[in-house]
Design a protein around this ligand. Structure first.
Ligand SMILES: Nc1ncnc2c1ncn2[C@@H]1O[C@H](COP(=O)(O)OP(=O)(O)OP(=O)(O)O)[C@@H](O)[C@H]1O
Ligand SMILES: [Mg+2]
Length: 312
């Protein structure tokens, strides 16, 4: 069996009384993309910082291509590129100088650097902007530059912490395309976000964290099947005169979760076996049911059901 690109073994990290990462184990094969999702404060950044050797866990181990990030941090750093959530780098340079500076820090030789800078600018769509000052960059271009910097030493593993944060819809789509290109080049990618649609369509695996724990970890299809086979989202339309009464009746039984209004429908979640029971309640109380439809939950809905926290 080939060694996975990334393995976490029972990793725990505390800050005083706070358990930021709680006994997390997971593994990612080479060439795959993992989407790490979780609400604010879930522990995503802490977990990624441990992976990229910027933080030490209290216990557990992390291995990259079989090498421990704790025992062998220098070797591990060569294998990965980390794009942090915050831009804390020197800004008084132009894009070309900035990339040259970080290329140098990453050990890319002065002979190799111009070629690598050209390649990463091409990949991140920064070609022709080498003279533009870093200081005045838009958020979109700043995120591209951070990503370009991450790619300079051509690492096999990319660790991207909320790369889409603060981007407008167009910039988000463009970033998604860049990540897709990198995945098709065979890179192993871990990408965190608290916005599920940003990553669900290109992640091979999804790990959901909440309060330091990994609450869901699996292949995307596997995840959908496990949850979709047991859960239904039911959309119901009733005459306006019966609307309040129907909502109240549906809100009472413990079998029905989260009754809400959406686009002139009453929408609720329930287990697959309770769908008929839901319809029965309305019929029993002589409420005319104009429309009744059941659906499998989207990944977003699975996420909301699995984590008690709020997605922002
Ligand atoms: N250096 C630190 N000292 C003390 N507490 C910390 C430190 N770093 C993180 N924490 C705490 O650990 C918890 C997890 O934080 P972390 O930044 O890993 O979450 P996150 O999932 O990345 O959140 P976000 O979505 O807001 O980026 C939070 O409660 C945070 O306040
Ligand atoms: Mg974070």
């Amino acid at each position: 069996m080939t060694t996975p690109a990334v393995e976490f073994f029972n990793v725990t990290k505390t800050f005083d009384d706070l358990v930021a990462v709680n006994d997390v184990s997971l593994s990612l094969p080479r060439g795959k993309t993992l989407g790490l999702i979780g609400p604010n404060g879930a522990g995503k950044t802490t977990l990624l910082r441990i992976l990229v050797t910027l933080a030490r866990p209290d216990c557990g181990d992390v291995r990259i291509n079989g090498h421990s990030a704790i025992r062998d941090p220098l070797m591990v750093r060569q294998m990965l590129g980390f794009m942090p959530a915050e831009f804390g780098s020197p800004r008084n340079l132009n894009i070309g100088e900035y990339l040259d500076y970080f290329g140098c820090l990453h050990g890319v030789s002065s002979k190799e650097r111009p070629k690598r800078i050209r390649e990463v600018c091409e990949l991140t769509d920064l070609t022709g902007r080498e003279q533009v000052m870093v200081k005045g960059l838009s958020t979109g271009n700043r995120q591209r530059l951070l990503l370009a910097k991450t790619l300079l030493h051509d690492p096999d593993l990319l660790v991207l912490d909320e790369p889409a944060s603060g981007l407008d819809p167009r910039a988000r789509t463009e970033l998604r395309e860049i990540v897709r290109t990198l995945a098709s080049m065979g890179k192993t990618i871990i990408i965190s976000s608290h916005i599920l649609p940003d990553i669900e369509d290109f992640s091979d695996r999804i790990s959901i964290m909440e309060a330091g724990r990994l609450v869901i970890d699996g292949g995307l299809n596997e995840l959908r099947e496990t949850h979709a086979s047991t859960t239904r989202v039911v959309r119901i339309r009733v005459p306006e005169a019966d609307w309040d009464r129907a909502k109240k009746l549906l809100g009472e039984p413990a079998e029905i979760e989260s009754v809400r209004e959406r686009d002139h429908f009453i929408e609720l979640s329930t287990n697959a076996e309770n769908v008929n029971f839901t319809l029965g309640i309305l019929l029993e109380h002589d409420i005319r049911v104009l429309q009744f439809a059941e659906d499998e939950p989207s990944l977003e809905e699975i996420f909301m059901r699995t984590t008690a926290g709020k997605v922002t």
